[in-house]
Design a protein around this ligand. Structure first.
Ligand code: GLV
Ligand code: GLV
Length: 345
């Protein structure tokens, strides 16, 4: 069974695939993204695809893969997959090395009867940790302060210099109190947060909120009452552009905005205006639109905006575990077995 891997990935994951019996691995063995033409050629004839969040898996790719969920005509050999439906050869499984799946055209994938694996849970701690680091960097102005040391801007200890906002006695609002949102709240609580608010498109989740006594509120109230807003929701049609001019306009002038989910949850022009005009105090972004952000982008000219290159899950251990899980998902899918983490389409 041919498998196409779209990038160099941690060795532990690739080894699992290479050593699996009957599995023939073809890989874009580079740190750089696979060129579109190579991706289209790579998926042609592949039964399995291991991809990254930066690979757009759309109708064009699926057509190139020759995937088809329709029953096979009698003349063709009939293969049965794990769900008992007969289908032609073609792409059978997509396994993404990410918890996010907004890069996958799920409607098209579902139509073609392709199964999808992803990597939740294993990156929750690393991503929550990075969210806290980014929040502290933004509210205590760490990159700006460190730069002053290097540039000679640090001349003496000054009572009014490099002041920011602390977490003690604050209100934290979390957009998307799922696995990562809860892990962020769990880490922030010991900093002396007084109150947690949350919101989300699927409504109140009392079982997620109980540990923090978090209160479910509409987005508008979350914006108005939070000292810190942390975005940890999935990007869906319901969350696209959610944090816009109205949202930032409702936030306090002293509040800090952090996003570690997907750039497109934010209207970046509206965020830029809010930061440039001092309508909010600061922002920390691990995700942007586009990625990478061009080095001449206006957001990068702001002293009150800390931007990281999408490194939420980037610990050695987490990336290795993600690669192993992605490989296991792929192999299970190819064998028609239940995947460790399958996306329900
Ligand atoms: C990271 O953003 C992921 O989706 O895993
Ligand atoms: C700070 O270093 C202080 O002594 O207050």
């Amino acid at each position: 069974m041919a498998v196409f891997v779209t990038r160099r990935i941690p060795a532990e994951g690739l080894r699992l695939l290479s050593q699996a019996s009957g599995c023939r691995v073809q890989q874009w063995d580079s740190e750089e993204p696979v060129p579109r033409a190579e991706l289209l050629a790579g998926v042609a004839g592949a039964r399995g695809l291991l991809c990254l969040l930066s690979d757009r898996i759309d109708r064009e790719v699926l057509d190139a893969a020759g995937a088809c969920g329709a029953p096979a005509p009698p003349a063709l050999p009939r293969a049965r997959d794990g769900h008992g439906s007969a289908r032609r050869p073609g792409l059978k499984v997509i396994s993404t090395l990410s918890v996010g799946f907004d890069h996958l055209a799920l409607d098209e994938i579902k139509k073609r009867g392709i199964r999808v694996g992803y990597t939740p849970d294993v990156l929750t701690d690393a991503t929550a940790e990075l969210s806290v680091a980014l929040l502290l960097s933004a509210c205590r102005r760490l990159p700006e302060a460190a730069e002053q040391v290097k540039s000679g801007g640090w001349t003496t200890w000054k009572p009014l210099w490099m002041c920011g906002y602390g977490l003690s006695d604050s209100t934290v609002g979390i957009i998307g109190l799922g696995r990562i949102g809860q892990a962020v709240a769990r880490r922030l609580k010991p900093f002396g947060v007084r109150r947690f608010l949350y919101t989300g498109s699927s409504g109140p989740k009392p079982e997620n909120a109980a540990e923090f006594g978090a209160e479910f509120v509409p987005l508008t109230r979350l914006a108005e009452e939070s000292d810190f807003v942390v975005v940890t929701c999935a990007l869906t049609p319901a969350t696209q552009g959610l944090c816009n001019k109205d949202f930032f306009g409702r936030m306090k002038k002293t509040s800090v905005f952090v996003n570690t989910s997907r750039g497109a949850v934010v209207n970046q022009e509206d965020l830029y205006e809010a930061l440039a005009q001092g309508r909010i105090a600061a922002a920390g972004l691990d995700v942007t639109t586009p990625e990478p952000l061009p080095t001449d982008h206006p957001l990068l000219s702001l002293r009150n905006c800390v931007i990281l290159p999408h490194i939420g899950s980037a610990t050695y251990a987490t990336r290795s575990t993600m690669a192993v899980l992605a490989a296991k998902n792929l192999l299970a899918g190819l064998r028609g077995e239940p995947m460790p983490h399958e996306l329900q389409l």
